[in-house]
Design a protein around this ligand. Structure first.
Ligand SMILES: Nc1ncnc2c1ncn2[C@@H]1O[C@H](COP(=O)(O)OP(=O)(O)O)[C@@H](O)[C@H]1O
Ligand SMILES: [Mg+2]
Length: 414
């Protein structure tokens, strides 16, 4: 069998099929083995040719892309699906992911984005297969580790499918707590549109931000990332969100991979405050995270969204241990108990943080993290305990396993 990535193109418009095939013909590591004009044809062809990747149009007459994806992932699970759409709507993306798609391309896309997505899903799929067959390897195989000056740090992302649950509050205080444990820490404000990290740390908004390094990073100048970091008095190094929301639209998955990769190479821990949308940049971030702290509060909409998020996590092939559930304001029960939440989402809550509006808001208004200014408060103690639990893990498991190495080589190539 050739070691090229074998691709089937599915689109009802013949010109689009030809165009995509032509674009891919320039990629020496990708081979188009077939093209289909409908979902039904795609099912037959995929079962017969067993491609690595199926490029699937979402809007087709008859069986649409979502239904086709559902059937494909049930019938030929080895074929990874890349969904193509003219709309980049969150709901579309989420439904595609739930149907089993692994990547999402919004038309029009460049040939780099196309080939990049194909390589990405294929490598992720191989990684997943590898994990299913063999458990993570012991350190004797660590020789595959890339030649970097620093063991790769651990990337911890604070995520929630819904806003206003405390991601920024926890990210900032967790970063400070990690520095307190003696780690070198980078804190990334990846809530690009409405970043608040700078406010919580009382940093001058005129400071450099991620927006200033995008073109350098795209051109491979990763040192630009180092020079955009602002050193806070706690020692935490901060990469701010852009000062204006428009800039966030320029941030691509490739930027995310390069920036997070660079920070990981230079720090023990990288804490990322994220944003609640499912966009391809979000997926790139979640992919790169060693640990996702999925945050929720005791509200019914929160719980529903978290259940959907955990389904997506399953579809993405992440191991269950990659996600930990953190219940913020855990003692503010307005008619919902922790046990109800656990029953509803089918998982135990891993960590809790109490509600303490006085401490939290006072710290916010002063721009001094409460873990520093009010260490004795229960809310600080809860975050310090969370830091010890998740960063403690980072300390005992520093050896990159095969999947990390593979991800890194992917990163290096792009
Ligand atoms: N444990 C807590 N106790 C009291 N208030 C909190 C707590 N965590 C967050 N908050 C408050 O909730 C609001 C939303 O928090 P924030 O961190 O900005 O959420 P997100 O980043 O998820 O949108 C803020 O006003 C914050 O001060
Ligand atoms: Mg926030």
């Amino acid at each position: 069998m050739s070691d090229k990535t074998r691709v089937i193109i599915v689109d009802d418009i013949p010109e689009t099929r030809e165009h995509l095939a032509k674009l891919l013909s320039f990629e020496s590591d990708i081979e188009v083995v077939g093209s289909a004009a409908s979902g039904a044809e795609a099912l037959v062809m995929t079962a017969e040719l067993l491609p690595d990747v199926v490029l699937l149009d979402i809007n087709m007459p008859g069986m649409d892309g979502i239904v086709t994806a559902e059937r494909l992932s049930a019938e030929v699970p080895s074929a990874a699906i890349v969904m193509m759409s003219v709309q980049g709507e969150v709901d579309y993306l989420r439904r595609s992911m739930l149907a089993g798609a692994r990547e999402f391309l919004v038309k029009p896309f460049s040939s780099d984005e196309l080939s990049g997505s194909i390589r990405q899903v294929h490598s992720r799929e191989r990684e997943k297969m590898g994990r299913a067959v063999a458990p993570p390897r012991a350190s004797t195989n660590g020789k595959v580790a890339p030649n970097v000056e620093h063991e790769p740090g651990h990337v911890i992302t604070l995520f929630s499918p819904k806003g206003g649950v405390g991601r920024t509050t926890l990210a900032v205080n967790l970063a400070v707590a990690a520095a307190d444990l003696g780690k070198t820490v980078a804190l990334v404000d990846a809530s690009f549109q409405f970043g608040d990290v700078g406010v919580l740390l009382n940093l001058n908004p005129k400071n450099p931000s991620i927006g200033d390094v995008l073109s350098d990073v795209a051109n491979g100048d990763l040192e630009a990332v180092d020079s955009a970091l602002i050193v806070h008095s706690t020692g935490v190094k901060v990469l701010l969100a852009p000062p204006t929301p428009e800039v966030s639209e320029l941030i691509t998955p490739d930027h995310i991979r390069k920036i997070i990769g660079r920070l990981r190479d230079k720090h023990d821990v990288v804490i990322v405050d994220s944003w609640p949308l499912f966009q391809d940049a979000t997926l790139a971030l979640l992919d790169m995270s060693d640990l996702i702290l999925a945050l929720l509060t005791l509200e019914i909409t929160n719980i529903k969204n978290m259940r959907l998020f955990l389904e997506v996590v399953g579809q993405l092939g992440y191991p269950e241990s990659k996600v930990r559930l953190v219940l913020n304001r855990a003692d503010s029960a307005y008619g919902i108990r922790v046990a109800d939440v656990e029953n509803s989402i089918g998982r135990k809550i891993d960590h809790t943080v109490v509600s303490d509006g006085r401490t939290v808001v006072y710290a916010l208004n002063r721009g001094v993290p409460f873990v520093v200014s009010n260490r004795q408060a229960q809310v600080s103690q809860d975050i310090l305990a969370l830091a010890r639990a998740v960063i403690g893990d980072a300390v005992v498991a520093p050896v990159p396993d095969a999947s990390t190495a593979q991800r890194r080589s992917l990163f290096a190539r792009r």
